[in-house]
Design a protein around this ligand. Structure first.
Ligand code: SF4
Length: 207
């Protein structure tokens, strides 16, 4: 039976609220527009630290552009919503990151290469949480209409077991009009939005 991950997320937030808790959460962010709705939802319940770890992006100028825009958005978001979200920029190590993905270069977007790419970035977020004693980890990747939330959440479920006691926060940010709200943020703040997923193979596939 298909799991409704949005419902799982809402129940978890409700439970934390009832227990009067406000845990820390490391949010893996892929780009500014995708982070907008996710932050709006998560900051109701969590103290959020954004971890921008995306060495999949090619070329480096594009990585820099997306990272800068994510940071700019968070500053604006904090001001407008009276929040204190931190922004952490992980180093750009594209060649090392892509080494494991190369055997899958001919896969279509959403296939085995992408599954590995999601997993590597989520591992980086869990590692960050481990070092900084952060209680939860999640990712904005589930907001993308091009990405399978079930696959991403299953990866999170596996990593939660490996990184116990860090919890994975299940999500399906595209639900509850997540994309529409993200689009409004994008227009309001004139946020840059890329026209390809990230790696050199995704540029090729967009042509
Ligand atoms: S298409 Fe996107 S998700 Fe897939 S491997 Fe490339 S950057 Fe990663």
């Amino acid at each position: 039976m298909k799991i409704n991950y949005d419902l799982v997320a809402q129940k978890e937030m409700e439970r934390l609220k009832q227990e009067g808790k406000r845990p820390t959460l490391a949010l893996h962010v892929c780009c500014a527009p995708c982070s907008s709705y996710s932050l709006l939802m998560l900051t109701n319940t969590f103290d959020v630290t954004v971890i921008y770890t995306n060495s999949n992006i090619y070329p480096q100028d594009e990585f820099n552009k997306r990272a800068k825009e994510a940071e700019r958005f968070i500053e604006l978001f904090n001001k407008e919503h009276n929040q204190n979200v931190n922004f952490i920029l992980a180093p750009y190590e594209h060649d090392a990151f892509m080494e494991e993905l190369k055997p899958y270069k001919d896969e279509i977007e959403g296939g085995a290469r992408c599954v590995l790419c999601y997993k590597k970035r989520l591992i980086e977020a869990f590692e960050f949480a481990k070092v900084h004693n952060i209680e939860y980890v999640t990712t904005t990747l589930t907001i993308s209409p091009h990405k399978n939330s079930e696959i991403i959440n299953k990866i999170g479920e596996t990593l939660e077991k490996q990184y116990y006691p860090i919890r994975y926060f299940y999500s399906d940010f595209k639900k509850r009009n997540g994309n529409l709200i993200a689009k409004r943020f994008k227009e309001k703040y004139n946020l840059y939005q890329q026209n390809y997923c990230g790696c050199e193979y995704s540029i090729r596939d967009e042509k």
